[in-house]
Design a protein around this ligand. Structure first.
Ligand SMILES: CC(C)(COP(=O)(O)OP(=O)(O)OC[C@H]1O[C@@H](n2cnc3c(N)ncnc32)[C@H](O)[C@@H]1OP(=O)(O)O)[C@@H](O)C(=O)NCCC(=O)NCCS
Length: 159
């Protein structure tokens, strides 16, 4: 990974831009964070080739180990947050919020004016996270998710 910020938030955590060599570890995190409906390692590798896509992570440098990651795309003045997750044992420490703050900063400085995302309607933690960062609910997508089938809430934040 290419380190963007060392000793992030003074907690021995580094903010990094993921590279191809990180895809296996990202996949292991993904499988732990989204049991039943997770991206394959190949999906991470394919995304790595997409110039609109960015994958960032927070790494606990004392282990070292990826503890949180996110995948997002910026095209023109719109960004799409595809994924954000924190390992179960590191949740509720402010890590997801800190990573989302960084993503918003990167996407806005890339030229995005609006950021969209979808989230399972039962995912209270994620909806709470997005609301805490100023995202508003703008619609629903019926039966958007599988394993289990569920509607998505569509959320948006403007710069
Ligand atoms: C959603 C997720 C990324 C939050 O990460 P986190 O590191 O625990 O979040 P933080 O500790 O930074 O909390 C930030 C804000 O999110 C909200 N939040 C976090 N957990 C919450 C919960 N269980 N219920 C309601 N709100 C919650 C709160 O508003 C919190 O702000 P506060 O600290 O002022 O209360 C994490 O729960 C996760 O990885 N979940 C599984 C993967 C997932 O569902 N990702 C989203 C896909 S759309």
């Amino acid at each position: 990974m290419k380190i963007l910020k060392e000793n992030f938030q003074k907690r021995g955590i580094a903010l990094g831009l993921c590279e191809e060599e990180d895809c296996h570890e990202l996949f292991l995190c993904e499988r732990e964070c989204f049991p039943g409906d997770y991206w394959s390692e190949n999906t991470f590798l394919e995304n790595m080739k997409n110039p609109a896509c960015r994958m960032v992570c927070l790494c606990d440098m004392q282990v070292p180990k990826i503890i949180s990651y996110s995948v997002f795309y910026t095209v023109g003045d719109e960004a799409d947050l595809a994924n954000i997750a924190v390992l179960p044992e590191r949740r509720k420490e402010g890590i997801g919020g800190a990573l989302l703050d960084e993503i918003l900063g990167i996407a806005f400085s890339d030229g995005a004016f609006r950021i969209f995302l979808e989230v399972r309607e039962s995912n209270e933690a994620a909806i709470g996270l997005y609301r805490s960062r100023g995202f508003a609910e703008i619609g629903k997508r019926k039966r958007y998710y599988r394993n289990p089938t569920e509607d998505a809430v569509l959320m948006m934040k403007e710069r």
